[in-house]
Write a protein that binds this ligand. Sequence first.
Ligand SMILES: Cc1cc2nc3c(=O)[nH]c(=O)nc-3n(C[C@H](O)[C@H](O)[C@H](O)COP(=O)(O)OP(=O)(O)OC[C@H]3O[C@@H](n4cnc5c(N)ncnc54)[C@H](O)[C@@H]3O)c2cc1C
Length: 525
Amino acid sequence: MERENFINQLKDDNSASDWDFIVIGGGATGLGIAVDAANRGYKTVLLEQSDFAKATSSRSTKLVHGGVRYLQKGDVALVREALHERGHLSRNAPHLVKNQRFIIGNYQWWEKPFYTLGLTFYDILAGKMSLGHSLPMSKKDVIKHIPQIEQKNLRGGVSYHDGQFDDSRLAINLMQTAIENGAVMVNYVRVNSLLKNQKGKVAGVVVEDKIDGSSFELKGKCIINATGIFVDDIIKMDEPEMKPLVRPSQGVHVVVDRSFLDSDDAIMVPKTSDGRVMFGVPWHNRVILGTTDTPVDEFVLEPKALDAEVDFILETAGRYLTKKPQRKDVLCVFAGLRPLAAPKKSAEVAKTKEISRSHKLITSESGLITITGGKWTTYRIMAEETVDLALKSSKLDFKPCKTKHLKIHGFKENPDRNNHLYVYGSDLDNILQLQKNNPEYAKKLHQKLDYTVAEVVWAVKNEMARTVDDVLSRRVRALYMDAKASVEMAPKVASIMAKELNKDSKWEEDQVNEYASIAKNYIFS
Ligand SMILES: Cc1cc2nc3c(=O)[nH]c(=O)nc-3n(C[C@H](O)[C@H](O)[C@H](O)COP(=O)(O)OP(=O)(O)OC[C@H]3O[C@@H](n4cnc5c(N)ncnc54)[C@H](O)[C@@H]3O)c2cc1C
């Protein structure tokens, strides 16, 4: 019950020495910062208002990538940095990041030389961190590797390599890594306001424990705002007149059965009918299709896909696949909001895909440090820069970053990906042991999915899961594999959790209802 211990520690700590780092936000960005600061030896606490990775960080395309399309835009420095980070992440978390081959089908004569050249440059930028060479392919070869690819007018293809991962599992493992390095990490604790000292410098936070409703203060030397699309809320607590920094853009993905792309290779469509990039990526025995780029005004934890976005994805996928996915084939649809840095020129606002994906770091007059933008792939270097900047303006002694080669919790090379438990990496044996000690725990939660009772118990005991949504959406990925089946699993999961957390039947009932209302946005028909 680590969370409860941490909460007690935080409440008791009021009178003790200040925190060196208070990190607000438990997505990729905040988690990376907490790992970095704790690993350098600073006293660190991270506060997440909901669950770790509840927002954008569990809704990505699941790619650890340099970003082929940024290369098309000539953003070489951004791509090089991301390619190097891709290499570090695949070495530090090999249980979660895999080498993924992508194939671009060519339908015009110029595409093969054009993409071969561009992707060779991509390889050169990766240097020693390359995951494999890009190569031109014959039509026969393309069909051999992607039997479901549309063959009409197909001339050949080009293959290249990037990384592929499980985003929320990595988030949980980063949370565990930070704890192992001495950090205090809590979910369901929201920052409601900032504390300032007599000189007007930000010196702490007022927080609310969303589970027991209590409120308390924490004092700290470096306060970091890593709240993704919500950064402006925290900035307004500091400087009410500040202009918004973030321009959100919604990206939607559709999950379908593997039969639509029955291959170990992914496909990439470099230019869809409206000029976007579209991926079809095998993931946990399913295929993820996406994404879109739709400017939105709502800053919410549960964004909702528009029908038009889903139809666009299905229609585009149907042009490139022989088995055309229909609305009825959608197992899950999920939407995420990109915390894109707002453009300076108003003319750029309408076209969010033109807004830079690179991150921005800002220090306010009060000393609050805000980080916004970026990618999952670059979370480590973003954290390094943030901690370096915070240290510069604080009185803390400077200690250098050590995360380049830091193994992430669960580190295990060459996992057996045929076993769905592989995502647990070095924790896998503990789950098998749970199943061995109690045969009930080895039972599946739903006939359509592999997840077992042991995984729920493990998530509560070791991964700070506190709601049915935490378990079904981000500890196991049932919501993403089959949203309808996940709703059917909810009562069973609630009952297992109630036992572990000592909750009553009313709690169970509320959890099941709450989960059903979340999951309905992921079901499309
Ligand atoms: C559709 C889509 C696809 C993407 N695909 C990829 C990809 O394939 N590869 C890649 O590298 N990147 C990808 N990205 C980018 C990547 O997912 C994001 O850059 C990253 O997840 C952002 O993480 P974050 O921590 O900044 O934000 P978030 O994950 O949104 O985390 C911010 C957290 O702050 C918390 N918070 C907010 N306010 C408070 C408060 N007052 N108190 C406490 N906590 C608070 C929120 O609850 C939230 O959990 C994609 C993004 C999108 C939208």
